[in-house]
Design a protein around this ligand. Structure first.
Ligand SMILES: *Cc1c(COP(=O)(O)O)cnc(C)c1O
Length: 369
């Protein structure tokens, strides 16, 4: 019998999202379980976005604005890109898929790194295209030289998450510029689209962080991608955006579903952009907690990698699945990273000070330090 699906789909392993709190509470008979597994904002949702969603409920009888004029106008005012340079998606995951569906063709390949955001590979393989990945550096960062080596004249898209999920590693402006130069020297006639995924951009404090928007201006085959899911506390509403050359945006607009960003998401995004106060509080708390948690974990003999995001990559020096289950029994959900080949590591979202106390208590109680 012939297969129901193409071979490349047969081979896929579904992305495993963090387990919902209620499931864990029910399964283990626990209460007050906390989830530090999906990099969600521990402070909640930008209050202005919340209020806007409530108001927008009055209009959900109607189809959303397929052009998202108000959200694009707000993004345009905020970031200085014309509406013709703005792409929107049902989360930035949607934008990743749209880029692949729009620009990939048989014979073309995608280049990224091992340990990069899992969706890059999953979405590429789901369409049956070749995904080339360079190995991680020993400190779980991107090896840009090795990545550039994998680029050839058939490379259509290069995905870089900066900071990267799940490792928290980041790239500075100089190393990124050198990488771009190398890539463009290899394919001067038909350079690949470089996607700079800035999902955690708001949390970054390294002073040499690359200026993504300037790169879009200077190098038209660049896409800078951002999201309302993290610092704005809107992961559940699904709204991501990107800046790119109008030619690229025009092609993607031919492919995307006309209503790919729903009415509530558009209202939430627009209002969230006006909530600098909430983002500032989220970022400040993350910065303080990041330092505190890093120190506390290191004191316990655990390996903590530098991060520019709202989560930590932690090496417990013992089997990842066992650590994950032991912490879960203590009511704390983290993210094991075996699918990334990180067999003794967990990704831990930086929570509130109370959640950090819970996590540290759980580590001690489970004898993991
Ligand atoms: C969380 C995350 C996103 C955001 O995805 P959404 O679909 O916008 O929720 C994108 N890229 C990376 C690297 C992420 O970690």
């Amino acid at each position: 019998m012939s297969s129901l699906v193409p071979g490349y789909i047969e081979e896929l392993v579904p992305y495993q999202p963090g387990k919902p709190i209620e499931d864990v509470e029910r399964e283990l008979g626990l209460s007050e379980v906390i989830k530090l597994a999906s990099n969600e904002n521990p402070l909640g949702t930008a209050p202005r976005a919340r209020a806007a969603v409530e108001r927008a409920l009055d209009e959900v009888r109607l189809y959303p604005d397929g052009d998202a004029r108000r959200l694009k106008a707000a993004l345009s005012e905020r970031f200085g890109f014309d509406r013709s340079e703005i792409l929107l998606g049902n989360g930035s995951n949607d934008i990743i898929e749209l880029l692949l569906r729009t620009f990939m063709q048989p014979g073309r390949n995608v280049v990224s790194s091992a340990g990069a955001f899992a969706i890059f590979k999953l979405a590429t393989r789901a369409l049956g295209f070749a995904f080339r990945e360079s190995p991680m550096t020993p400190d779980c960062g991107y090896d840009l030289d090795a990545m550039a080596e994998r680029v050839d004249e058939h490379t259509r898209i290069v995905f870089l998450a900066n900071p990267n999920n799940p490792t928290g590693s980041s790239l500075g402006a100089e190393e990124l510029a050198r990488f771009v130069e190398r890539v463009d020297a290899k394919c001067p006639d038909d350079p690949p689209i470089i996607v700079h995924d800035e999902a955690y951009r708001e949390y970054v404090d390294r002073p040499d962080y690359p200026d993504g928007p300037a790169l879009v201006r200077r190098r038209p085959r660049t896409v800078v991608m951002r999201t309302f899911s993290k610092a704005y506390g809107l992961a559940g509403i699904r709204c991501g955006y990107a800046f790119a050359d109008p030619e690229l945006v025009d092609y993607v607009n031919r492919v995307r579903a006309p209503f790919n960003v729903n009415h509530l998401a558009q209202a939430a995004g627009e209002a969230a952009l006006g909530d600098d106060d909430f983002v500032a509080r989220s970022v400040a708390q993350n910065r303080d907690s990041r330092e505190h948690l890093t120190r506390a974990l290191r004191e316990r003999g655990l390996g903590v990698y530098p991060t520019q995001a709202n989560f930590l990559l932690v090496d417990f020096h013992r089997d990842g699945q066992e650590v994950f289950e032991a912490l879960q029994r203590q009511g704390v959900i983290v993210r094991p990273l075996k699918p990334y080949g990180l067999t003794t590591h967990q990704r831990v979202t930086i929570g509130t000070p109370e959640q950090i106390d819970r996590l540290l208590g759980a580590i001690d109680a489970a004898g993991l330090s």
